[in-house]
Design a protein around this ligand. Sequence first.
Ligand code: CA2
Length: 142
Amino acid sequence: MKLLILNGPNLNMLGIREPDIYGRQTYRELEEYIRKEAQALGCEVEIRQSNHEGDLVDWIQEALGRFDGIVINPAAYTHTSVAILDALRAVRLPAAEVHLSDVDAREPFRRVSYAGLACRKTFQGHGFAGYRMAMEFLCGEV
Ligand code: CA2
């Protein structure tokens, strides 16, 4: 079981700003957490982060034939990107959406998720644990 873990714009800023919303742990610590949990679940992971929508689209396309599933936190592109939605639909790999914060409890514009329309399940408001839940979910699905 090989999963591609994708993180969108500004998540590399974790631990640097807005600790009240996103916590005090850094992006590096998030990567370590994902690797540790993936190992415990017995799945292989590749983790990538970009601030650029096109990178995320390219990586989703390239996942076809190389990965069994995608865990994605598209960050702000969640609420704007039809391109990411189309890419997820095009590859038809099992996908799960993660948000550190509870997006439904924040500004109304965060309640819309385009990427989520192509995902089997969304895990939001669980902090880092959402990534473990998404990996576990996809392990059970595939
Ligand atoms: O809750 C999430 O995981 C989000 O995907 C995070 C995005 C936000 O646009 C989504 O609505 C919900 C923002 C990621 C930016 O993360 C930062 C972390 C620290 C400091 C500044 C931004």
